[in-house]
Design a protein around this ligand. Structure first.
Ligand code: CP
Length: 306
């Protein structure tokens, strides 16, 4: 049976740790001169992105290449999707093309689950609508563990557009399994209903960012902002942006994270991005190691992980 990674909601703490521990070994390979392992030799890995991406798509492709897979990237903008081909027919076509692993990003929540139910190959969710972005949260968790030496008993703030954010949801599911205190803060229009069952909601920016081990700043999803969720980018930056003023409030050891892409001067200032405890580029590098680990585990015949 094919093994999938569709979300962190359904993974156990041990399964998450297994991925993160393997990612540590993969990072050693990444630092080696050849950056090459034979683990995916003979496998066909396909990326199919219905939404734009730089980090996720490139790091999955590099991860698969470093592991000796045959890789193909389908650009939806130039594929037969534009001629009206359905998702199901695209899946059938990829099966006929002998795909072993499909990495899919789609604007509809649940799209990767739908594909996994209707195919014989492994499916990895690279972001589905507002639902989950599991490998982003895994690389965030990897970065936290590497920097702080632990994944539990942490005070974590997630700031910004929580409502539209699949990164926030995957981090809440993932980090929430490790006895952490998670606090969210953002414009009230961008706080999803019933989220208080899973996290604390701060009542001020100062409360949200004070005394935290980690701040995860989110991208304001301008492409999904057609309903007037925020008044203006200027006001967003003033009230919710990580700018120089936060230096007086945050602990100097607080990790400042962002999944990217960043809207500079809207979510975060260039000066904050240049701080040594801001891990934005480190997260991107760690993403390759984490995705190598996920590709490895999804293609092993033995065991039931993922
Ligand atoms: N963080 C993230 O998913 O970035 P991309 O959209 O560039 O893949």
């Amino acid at each position: 049976m094919a093994k999938h990674l569709l979300g962190l909601k359904e993974l156990s703490k041990d399964e998450i740790l297994k991925i993160l521990n393997l990612a540590r070994d993969m990072k050693v390979i990444l630092k080696s001169e050849t950056k090459k392992t034979p683990h995916l030799q003979g496998y066909s890995v396909v990326t199919l992105f219905y939404e734009n991406s730089t980090r996720t798509r490139t790091s999955f492709e590099l991860a698969a290449k470093f592991m000796s897979a045959n890789t193909t990237s389908i650009s939806v903008q130039t594929s037969s999707v534009q001629k009206g081909e359905s998702l199901l027919d695209t899946i059938r076509t990829l099966e006929a093309l002998k795909t072993d692993v499909l990495i899919i990003r789609h604007s509809i929540s649940g799209a990767s689950h739908y594909v996994a139910k209707n195919c014989s190959f492994s499916v990895i969710n690279a972001g589905d609508g507002m639902n989950e972005h599991p490998t982003q949260a895994l690389l965030d968790m990897f970065t936290i563990k590497e920097r702080l030496g632990r994944l539990e008993n942490l005070k974590i703030a997630i700031i910004g557009d929580i409502y539209h954010s699949r990164v926030a949801r995957s981090n809440i599911w993932g980090l929430g399994k490790f006895e952490n205190e998670i606090t969210i803060y953002g414009p009230l229009t961008l706080i999803p209903p019933y989220i208080e069952k899973h996290v604390k909601i701060a009542t001020s920016f100062k409360e949200a960012i004070s005394d935290k081990d980690v701040i995860i700043d989110l991208r304001i999803q301008l492409e999904r902002q057609k309903k007037g969720f925020i008044t203006s980018k200027y006001e967003y930056y003033k009230y919710f942006g990580l700018n120089d003023d936060i230096k007086d409030v945050i602990n100097e050891r607080t990790l400042i994270m962002h999944p990217g892409p960043v809207n500079r001067g809207v979510e975060i200032s260039s000066e904050i991005m240049n701080l040594p405890n801001c891990t934005i580029e480190e997260q991107v590098t760690n993403g390759i190691a984490v995705r190598m680990a996920v590709l490895y585990l999804c293609t092993r015949k033995e065991g039931t992980l993922i």
